[in-house]
Design a protein around this ligand. Structure first.
Ligand code: BGC
Length: 353
């Protein structure tokens, strides 16, 4: 009996020690406002915990200083690795310096951390490819090589504080700019350059206000728009809302990215044409693998050591492949894979809703 008791005690102590010594990983997400970051955070936490790590998950409410404080706390409270999706790429210098000083490894998650040598790795979806998928979709739908045109297009891009925004815009414009230059695509507003079409903080309301003003200024005569290139779903939603308010023709081709619930439902309803699916489970899985490799001192898997220069260094990166989504394949991608649930009226909803 005594022996059994001693054994049980030893076992309990052992489990206690293991959890007391579980490595702690900090996960810093930019905001809860956009659906995707909630999913990213949830997936990261669940997958890291399944690997036995303790997780400190924080959302920064899209406020740079808040994120800086949260990451500083993560480092001071003993995290061995911090995984960061930045509110703004170049605003975390002081926290990153502290990480370096304390030997804490830093993984930039989805968005590159700029202007710092303390960034160890970057994991993301291939951002340039997201843009080319969007650009090629517009090209194919309008049959730009065969049809006579001209076609009318407007452009809405992302946040100038997010390095990704330049890649999305660049990828799409590398496909579409030649047609703008040849006159086959006409941008009636004349707003083409990144700075003229950007959407600070990726805000739906900001994209909507700009689209409202374009519609009032250039399309109030009832003239038609063939395509509206949007870099992601939050901006596509703003454009779609403005069109619903101020535009009487059929919805133009509208691109997006993320397969957010509202946008997927807009695709089902014929209001948005496509989105790019970046399965947050895939990215989380890759990052959890990186964390494990770092903590075990193994070689960390990367597949790109050239593209992502943050101004100070080229950050070794793992690029996951984004997937094209539209009304024809969303069921397979999003419902059959268990990412969303189907509602009774044939739309989608998030798992927790
Ligand atoms: C992400 C996109 C997202 C956007 C707005 C970007 O950094 O890559 O997936 O739509 O931020 O949150």
């Amino acid at each position: 009996m005594k022996k059994i008791l001693a054994l049980v005690l030893a076992l309990v102590l052992c489990i206690g020690c293991a959890s007391a010594f579980a490595e702690k990983v900090g996960v810093s997400m930019p905001t809860k406002d956009l659906q995707r970051w909630n999913q990213d955070g949830d997936n990261m936490k669940a997958q890291l915990e399944a690997e036995g790590y303790e997780v400190d998950l924080q959302y920064a409410g899209n406020v740079e200083q808040e994120q800086l404080n949260q990451i500083t706390n993560m480092i001071n409270s003993g995290c061995s690795v911090v995984v960061i999706a930045a509110v703004t790429g170049d605003s975390l210098g002081a926290a990153l310096d502290l990480a370096k000083e304390k030997g804490v490894k830093v993984i930039a998650y989805d968005r590159l951390l700029m202007a710092s040598d303390a960034v160890d790795y970057y994991a993301t979806f291939d951002n340039y490819m997201v843009g080319t998928v969007q650009g090629n979709y517009v090209k194919d739908q309008l049959k730009l090589d065969e049809a006579e045109g001209p076609f009318v297009m407007e452009i809405t891009a992302g946040d100038p504080g997010d390095n990704n925004a330049f890649y999305f815009y660049g990828g799409a414009m590398d496909v579409l700019k030649p047609y703008i230059e040849s006159g086959k695509i006409v941008v009636k507003s004349g707003q083409i350059e990144f700075n003229d079409v950007a959407t600070p903080s990726w805000k739906t309301e900001t994209a909507q206000t700009r689209a409202d003003s374009i519609l009032s200024s250039y399309y109030a005569d009832g003239s038609k728009i063939d395509a509206w290139l949007c870099s992601n779903d939050s901006t596509a939603l703003g454009v779609t809302n403005a069109l619903a308010d101020k535009y009487d023709n059929d919805y133009p081709i509208i691109t997006g990215q993320d397969c957010d619930v509202s946008n997927t439902n807009n695709m089902i309803d014929g209001k948005q044409s496509m989105s790019v699916f970046k399965d947050t489970r895939t990215l989380a899985k890759q990052v959890v693998k990186m964390v494990g490799q770092i903590l075990k001192g193994e070689t960390v898997d990367v597949n790109d050591t050239e593209t992502y220069n943050n101004g100070v260094k080229v950050v070794p990166s793992f690029l996951c492949e984004p997937v094209f989504a539209d009304v024809n394949n969303y069921k397979e991608l999003l419902i059959d894979s268990g990412y969303y649930l189907e509602t009774e009226d044939g739309h989608v909803k998030a798992l927790g809703d």
